[in-house]
Design a binder for this molecule. Sequence first.
Ligand code: NAP
Length: 317
Amino acid sequence: MSENGIYDLIIVGGGPGGLTAGVYAMRAALKTVLIEKGLPGGQINLTESVENYPGFEEISGFDLSQKFLQHAKSYGLEMIQQEVAAVEPGLEFHSVRLGDGRHLHTHAVILATGGSPRKLQVPGESEYYGRGVSYCATCDGFFFRGKDVIVVGGGDTALEEALYLAKIAGRVYLAHRRDAFRASRILQQRVLAEGKIEILWNTVVTEVKANDKGVTAVALRDTRAGASMEIAVDGVFIFIGFSPNNQLVPAGIKMDHDGYVEADEKCETNIPGIFVIGDLRQKYAKQIVLAAADGCTAAMAAAICVEMKKAGGDCKP
Ligand code: NAP
């Protein structure tokens, strides 16, 4: 806890955005604490290989997250491993209530809680999660060595994970609901050149079937002809995008239809002193480098905000 019990800045979430905000906040001499309920690094811990973070031609997600963490720790960033129960805006101070009941007070808050995999919401999906249904090839691919799996989705994540699974599994079906991928051209080229991947265009999964040992098949529907079919698979890997983790966003903060928080160019929400960064913020693309950039922006803006509040003014000029 800070000396007078009041922080300058509380960062909620320890992914690339939150940790970068930590680096910039410490360099700006803000009394800062970062609160993370799980493993620092967030979603990138689940990524086998990162090839587009500048400065690293290829690095594992886990190694990159460790570098972010070590960098933030090198400035002595205080970290609390706890679930945050609520973020409560106030006029003088904002409050962050922890799962253990403690209240922390702060001039500024940066919300960096990211997002979670979107669900297909078909029968069998939640029932067989962990018994053949997965949202992380890096975590679970190992269990499907030589077996047949289906990947669902047509974005960067689906294609990257299909390529990863092709190195492990027997056959990889890739089911996409349209006849064109959304993923980047380079990933499309790699998928089309990978003989182990069979693309099922215009196809959706309508049910995951299983026995007492786990997944055995998926029911599919052709989105054009309407025909149904079933294929035998041992695993179903679902990568159909992602929903923002906006549960801690206080009432009154503006969000779009999809639940992403709207913020200005300083990453500040419509409540002064509450900033939002990374995948939780409404933006054009979700990338590690953009989350890090947001972390930088928000921490620099928070430093000005804190200075103005301490001088007796308002956070917004
Ligand atoms: P995404 O780009 O939103 O793609 C989601 C895919 O799932 C789309 O192909 C979409 O189909 C499909 N889909 C959505 N709902 C569906 C449903 N109910 N049933 C069947 N299919 C459904 O999500 P993402 O691939 O997770 O990527 C998220 C962001 O991270 C993107 O900005 C992406 O560029 C970025 N990313 C980048 C990298 C990289 O650069 N290395 C790696 C991973 C992710 P439609 O195309 O028909 O909408």
